[in-house]
Design a protein around this ligand. Sequence first.
Ligand SMILES: N[C@@H](CCC(=O)N[C@@H](CSC=O)C(=O)NCC(=O)O)C(=O)O
Length: 285
Amino acid sequence: MSMSEQLELVSATKSFGGWVKRYKHYSRALDCDMIFTIYLPPQAEEGRVPLMWWLSGLTCNDENFMQKAGAQKTAAELGIAIVCPDTSPRGLDLPGEHDSYDFGSGAGFYLNAKREPWSKHYRMYDYVTEELPSVVRLHFPVNGRESISGHSMGGHGALVLALRQPGRYAAVSAFAPIVNPIQVPWGQKAFENYLGDDVGLRTQYDACELVAKGSSRQPLFIDQGEADNFLEEQLKPERLEAVCEEHDHPLTLRRHPGYDHSYFFIASFIDEHLRYHAERLYAKR
Ligand SMILES: N[C@@H](CCC(=O)N[C@@H](CSC=O)C(=O)NCC(=O)O)C(=O)O
């Protein structure tokens, strides 16, 4: 077993007949130690189960979703494992890395950075698409069926990963995703610093641009709160709606009056997302 495949158990907590477990491992892609959390439903004690990836947003780590979304009860009922990676490399002290909430630590944007000093460690795209899935497949009873979801920056990650890898995920959904990062302040700041001014490279990490490019027909399921204080400046779901309409890309976008950007919003609709994922994860191919 390579160094990156060796896991150290950090904690194990029983939940709805299954287990929430945190593991530490060395990531070769990021060249640092990382922690991820997995929920293993009770069915995983008897056989292999499908897996939903959850990508969290700015300022989060691997724990926010497991502690706040209340997903375990329905995941246990449906027999779905959930893996929550962290949102950036950790344990480094790159210059400026911890200075702001929307860049550097806690804000990896699920991309492979090209600019120094970020390029050696900030390779979250490779980490969440290749390295961590290999580790999970090696150590846990998963059956090869995967889906993906996420929130805000993690919603951006879920959409981009799915649109760039047609056929990989049985389902993709998002809560309040950043759909057009190249056109909004959060994304512009991150992409400028991580990727530089290569416009072609930036568009590869932008859901609206990927839909316009048309390389995937993956249906997208999105929930958005109308009282979200990031809605107008950072999220702009109407842009994705317009590009999907123009390119006839399947999109279900639900707007919910009164809901904000928090995990109270996610907890309110996570069961519907899990059922959406389960239907597709268990569908006959
Ligand atoms: N601190 C910032 C906002 C931080 C914030 O709202 N983070 C969200 C994700 S935002 C987009 O990626 C989050 O999930 N926070 C963690 C949580 O547990 O709620 C500010 O004050 O503006």
